[in-house]
Write a protein that binds this ligand. Structure first.
Ligand code: ACO
Length: 330
């Protein structure tokens, strides 16, 4: 069986209107704009309104992606939502998106790989389209992290933001599209980055609420050490699988967690910082949405052209890490 050649034919992004600046955080916790900016590169982030859940952000991004791709919603035969912050513990977010956008002919599934989720989901979509199982897949990375962080914990609450990015994945012409990828994982049983309670290991209880363990907890330095190795490793593995070298890359879209992590990866990969697209100053860490939010913005600015070789690389809770090399097709 000849596998089909697969790529992205349209992208859409959405961020909520509410801007939460570092100065806003100064008013509620013991922190400073200076600390956040210099330690992370983040200046502000977006927070969902009270009536918005992850599926609402996802649906807005999806509608834009469909429009940009010139694809009708009825043509979508699968929806894959990458998220670490689903609307509900039971009932996938993809099904809710299906209803919100009217994708009546689509299957629907969620992928849980935290900040690597978008790349994991794109890779799965590639496999489904390449093998002929599906024809047009809507891949979404969407998060409402503002509701999952402890607003009393300065180690985490200043880092995250809300947003969504969606891509239409289908067959593209030979020589373009998703060339190679790498999916990796390293089980983090110590819990460097997890929400300790609210799942089956430690169900919600009054004790959980009192100790606030239903919110994300992170040992920042442990994750930092993992991230500075994972970002270059995943990118190099994906490049190697495609028969490329670091100098072949036109642009890298890394997961946007901390500008210091990206500067370190730039040195290790010997790819200049100018080739890394960053917008975490405006959105913070939006987990599975971040790579798509960066790529969408770069496309809008005309910074990615047909024929460019780009790398999408993520790393996050799990721990997971993943990279995809794409020869851009439009
Ligand atoms: N404001 C002021 N001070 C703070 C803040 C804050 N918001 N947060 C922490 N501090 C303090 C700490 O309490 C500590 O004080 P102490 O020395 O008196 O104990 C001091 O700053 C240094 O803390 P560190 O944790 O050592 O700071 P570090 O330089 O490591 O930066 C950070 C922390 C930004 C979290 C960094 O470790 C990091 O970016 N880690 C990686 C995060 C990441 O990549 N996540 C990706 C995955 S996300 C996902 O999968 C959902």
């Amino acid at each position: 069986m000849k596998l089909k050649n697969v790529g992205i034919i349209g992208l859409g992004t959405y961020v909520p209107e509410k801007v939460m600046t570092n100065f806003d955080f100064e008013k509620i916790i013991d922190t400073s704009d200076e600390w956040i900016r210099t330690r992370t590169g983040i200046e502000e982030r977006r927070f969902a309104s009270e009536d918005q859940a992850t599926s609402d952000l996802a649906a807005e991004a999806a509608k834009k992606a469909l429009k940009n791709a010139g694809v009708s919603v009825e043509e979508i035969d699968m929806i894959i939502v990458a998220t670490a912050t689903p609307d509900y513990n039971l009932q996938n977010t993809a099904c809710i998106v299906q209803e919100l956008i009217g994708a009546v002919n689509a299957g629907a599934v969620d992928v849980s790989a935290a900040c690597s989720g978008f790349v994991y989901a794109l890779t799965m979509a590639k496999g489904l389209v390449a093998s002929g199982i599906n024809k047009k897949i809507l891949v979404i990375g969407a998060e409402v992290l503002s509701r999952c962080v402890d607003m009393q914990d300065r180690n985490t609450c200043v880092l995250f933001g809300d947003g969504a990015a969606a891509a239409i994945v289908t067959e593209v012409e030979e020589g373009y599209g998703m060339v190679s990828q790498f999916l990796g994982a390293e089980a983090d049983l110590k819990g460097s980055l997890r929400t300790p309670a609210g799942g089956t290991r430690k169900p919600l209880s009054q004790e959980v609420l009192d100790e606030r363990s239903n919110f994300i907890q992170m040992k920042g330095q442990d994750v930092f050490k993992f991230a500075v190795k994972a970002l270059p490793k995943a990118t190099l593995e994906a490049l190697e699988q495609g028969g490329f070298k670091a100098e072949d890359i036109d642009m890298v879209f890394p997961h946007q967690a901390n500008s210091r992590i990206i500067e370190s990866a730039s040195k290790r990969l010997n790819i200049p910082m100018e080739k890394f697209y960053l917008n975490l100053n405006k959105y913070g860490n939006t987990s599975s949405a971040s790579i798509g939010l960066a790529l969408g913005e770069a496309l809008e600015k005309g910074l990615v052209k047909k024929g460019d070789l780009i790398a999408l690389t993520g790393f996050g809770a799990g721990l997971t890490y993943a990279s995809m090399i794409i020869r851009w097709s439009y």
